[in-house]
Design a protein around this ligand. Structure first.
Ligand code: FAD
Length: 387
């Protein structure tokens, strides 16, 4: 039976991840970002403790839990100042899709490395000319004997430099245009013809985004995950989790910013001995942001519960709403946390402005605010399609 309160096990998981993440913290995360280094030691520690693969099946090195568990890991990391995009991508999209649709051999080959962090997998759907309209993607797979040859270009792909493989969304040659029938291929990042270039982003994060060039990359027949004719349903096994993880990434950052802002507002006095937090102009916006964050967390947990119960249809609406609400909550929380800090809010020392782009991006990726509103208008309210 479902409940509004998370299980004791989930709460213990949150505490354990928070403790590990706290031992690294924002200074570590931002320090690595600014020096161009990676957070591999934290990533591997997460893997070693079973947190990265907590959602993946036990027989392939995972924890046997669900998306709600790995979302809790993602949120607690962000709540300690370490928001990890690769949490969204590697265990939640790639791990989840392979565990659900992969062959026995594929599961044995890829899931354990995703779970322990030694074989991180990136995910590539976005293309320069298709953008939000995934039906327009042109990355094409053609059969050559028992192999596949892939050709295309992807953009804004996170963590390709840290990944051993990328789960590439393509379409087969005989489905070259029209409604997308996605085919998913695991492509090694060192495959001949697979190249990537970093995109200069303003986000303060050790995780980078890349343009990926796929130039007649040959992969074996068993690089195809799932059925080439299965259609969009296979992709959504990854996309609902992606939205839930992005929501958790956002609410974690919101919690981090609000905790810092509240601590600062209790300490800082400017007029007489009154702490600035006693002024409602400071307290109420923070309280509002906390309410928005808690509401978004609740919807995120509902979406995760629906995915874990196998109700992908209902999960679609809940995951979209959760991602929308979480992005709004996070943008407001960070904006208000910066305001609370006054000039200190813009410094590197206080770490608030460093959160700006990561939270702002949550209104754009993995699916934009506008596309969620389109979805809700059409599917929840039955309004006509506008595009
Ligand atoms: C930091 C970061 C990490 C990312 N990581 C990955 C990754 O690992 N893998 C991956 O595949 N992709 C990744 N992405 C890409 C991301 O998913 C896309 O940026 C996102 O889907 C939006 O696509 P776009 O940038 O092409 O915007 P566009 O589709 O060009 O949209 C531009 C604007 O127009 C609006 N718009 C477009 N169509 C409509 C419409 N019909 N109605 C109303 N408004 C509309 C959009 O909402 C948006 O505001 C990442 C992006 C960022 C910024």
């Amino acid at each position: 039976m479902s409940t509004f309160i998370e299980s004791e096990e989930r709460q213990e998981l949150r505490k354990a991840v928070a403790a590990l993440a706290k031992s690294y913290g924002q200074d570590y995360f931002v320090g690595k970002a600014r020096s161009g280094e990676k957070t591999s030691d934290m990533w591997l520690a997460l893997g070693k403790n079973g947190y990265l693969g907590v959602n993946l099946p036990e027989q392939y090195g995972g924890g046997g839990g669900g998306i709600g568990d790995v979302a809790a890991v993602c949120e607690e990391l962000a709540a300690q100042g370490c928001p990890m995009l690769m949490m969204v991508v590697s265990p939640a999209i790639c791990g989840q899709v392979i565990a659900k649709y992969g062959t026995e051999e594929q599961k044995q080959r890829w899931v354990p490395g995703i779970a322990d962090g030694t074989e991180t997998m990136a995910f590539a759907i976005t293309e320069p000319d298709a953008g939000s309209n995934s039906h327009k993607i042109t990355t094409t797979a053609r059969r050559d004997g028992s192999d596949w040859i892939l050709k295309g270009r992807k953009i804004y792909i996170s963590g390709v430099d840290e990944a051993k493989n990328v789960l590439v969304v393509a379409r087969t040659e005989d489905q070259k245009s029209g409604t997308l029938k996605p085919c998913l291929f695991v492509v090694p990042t060192d495959a001949a013809g697979f190249e990537y270039q970093p995109i200069a982003m303003e986000m303060v994060s050790p995780e980078k985004q890349f343009t990926v060039f796929i130039d007649d990359v040959r992969v074996p027949g068993d690089a195809l995950v799932g059925d080439e004719d299965a259609g969009i349903v296979q992709l959504f096994a990854g996309l609902n989790p992606e939205r839930i993880m992005a929501a958790s990434f956002a609410t974690g950052i919101a919690r981090f910013a609000l905790e810092k802002a509240s601590a600062y507002a209790k300490e800082r006095s400017v007029f007489r001995d009154t702490p600035i937090g006693a002024h409602q102009a400071i307290a109420h916006p923070l309280a509002e942001a906390h309410i928005e964050t808690e509401l978004a967390r609740l919807m995120t947990q509902k979406a995760a519960a629906l995915v874990d119960a196998g109700d992908d249809g209902a999960a679609g609406e809940a995951a979209n709403i959760a991602k929308y609400a979480a992005a709004e909550a996070a943008c407001n929380a960070v904006d208000r946390a910066i305001q609370t800090h006054g000039g200190n809010g813009a410094t590197q020392e206080y770490g608030m402005a460093a959160l700006l782009v990561a939270t702002r991006v949550m209104r754009i990726a993995p699916v934009s605010k506008e596309m969620i509103l389109n979805f809700v208008a059409m599917h929840s309210l039955g309004l006509p399609k506008s595009y």
